[in-house]
Design a protein around this ligand. Structure first.
Ligand code: IPM
Ligand code: MG
Length: 372
């Protein structure tokens, strides 16, 4: 049993299946408090479409301040087709983009790990994905998502032009590459840096900066470079060649969705987005599943809560250093899968189909067994 001051946790369930899968995390939090003596000071608020409906904006400044004050943020997902018609300044997605920007959460860690029990759930052959364990480190506060100029302008002939700009500076590239090299040292010690230096100056600089940093500080780590299009191909051809991948915002968005499907389901994968530690050593951090709000299945009780639960396990591990509890949760998830329980997204013949809440309850049950 640990007895430490309560950890300040901000929970933002968001839209669609977000609130449903977050409910299963609450059961796990209750279990940790009851059975492991942990204590959390939890605040909750609305983001995304839920916040737009209530307050007319995707995220309030007050929520950003709560996120700053928290020890960690557990995020669900945002996105709601009812707001498809509104401009970028009012889209539900702005909630996550603003949190990343305001808290300077520049390094998005997206693991793609294949559970043994789910090796058949992948659309790729079991031999290609068995044992897969890669980590994509995606830059999240720069690149074409935020570069200027941007906008849609009207030309003299009345037609329009849409503009976005890919921009990266030396320091932006260095800080995210550092995260990748540091992670690699704790894994298989290999980093592949991904850009399009054959057509983009920002990619050329990316490659130069990563190469220089490697030579200066990380010569013990194996570094390779790959063009982003080739990387997409290699991820499908032979994904196990990779350990840590580091790339910019847009390529990372694409490649991490691609990599996640190697594991069989988007519903399985957590992510962490980290900022730089302040002078007191506090590191802003937000944890969220890779999947979105899945409005097509929201409210039916069939969503897979595992990605949200594993995001919480990552939070325990990276932000609170509760290694034992994180491992307990990860093992409970593996056990439930080994027992053949499956939500709809990972269902296969001969397995037992369960609802969101049944999956959550089964994981808590495994926790109980492990603790007994
Ligand atoms: C993600 C999502 C977001 C992104 C959206 C919701 C803005 O796709 O986290 O990958 O593009 O970064
Ligand atoms: Mg995405």
């Amino acid at each position: 049993m640990t007895s430490q001051p309560a950890k300040k946790l901000l929970i933002l369930p968001g839209d669609g299946i977000g609130p449903e899968v977050m409910q299963e995390v609450r059961h796990i939090i209750a279990w940790l408090e009851a059975k492991r003596g942990l204590s959390f000071a939890i605040t909750e608020d609305l983001v995304g479409g839920a916040s737009l409906a209530q307050y007319g904006e995707p995220i309030r400044d007050d929520v950003i301040e709560q996120a700053r004050a928290a020890d960690a943020v557990l995020f669900g997902s945002v996105g709601d087709p009812r707001w498809n018609h509104v401009g970028f300044e009012k889209r539900p997605e702005l909630a996550i983009l603003k949190l990343r920007q305001e808290l300077a959460l520049f390094a998005n860690l997206r693991p793609a790990k294949v559970f043994d029990a789910l090796v058949d759930a992948s659309t790729l052959k079991p031999d290609v994905v068995r044992g897969l364990d890669i980590m994509i480190v995606r830059e999240t506060v720069g690149g074409i998502y935020f570069g200027n100029p941007r906008g849609i302008e009207t030309l003299a002939d009345g037609s329009k032009r849409g503009i976005n700009t890919e921009v990266y500076t030396t320091s932006e590239i260095e800080r995210v590459a550092r995260v990748a090299f540091d992670l690699a040292r704790k894994r298989s010690n290999r980093v592949c840096s991904v850009e399009k230096c054959n057509v983009m100056e920002s990619g050329l600089l990316w490659k130069e900066v990563v190469t220089d940093l490697h030579a200066r500080e990380y010569a013990d780590v194996e570094l390779t470079h790959m063009l982003a299009d080739n990387c997409a191909m290699q991820l499908v051809r032979n994904p196990r060649q990779f350990d840590v991948l580091v790339t910019g915002n847009l390529f990372g968005d694409l490649l991490s969705d691609l990599a996640s499907m190697l594991t069989g389901s988007l519903g399985m994968l957590p992510s962490a987005t980290l900022g730089a530690a302040d002078s007191a050593g506090k590191c802003p951090a937000l944890y969220e599943p890779i999947h979105g709000s899945a409005p097509d299945i929201a409210g039916q009780g069939i969503a897979n809560p595992i990605a949200q639960i594993l995001s919480f396990a990552m939070l325990l591990r990276y932000s609170f250093d509760y290694q034992a509890e994180a491992q307990l949760i990860e093992e409970a998830v593996a056990a439930v899968l080994a027992n053949g329980l499956r939500t709809a997204d990972i269902m296969s013949e001969g397995k037992t189909r369960v609802s969101t809440s049944e999956m959550g309850a089964a994981i808590v049950n495994e926790l109980d067994k492990a603790q007994a």
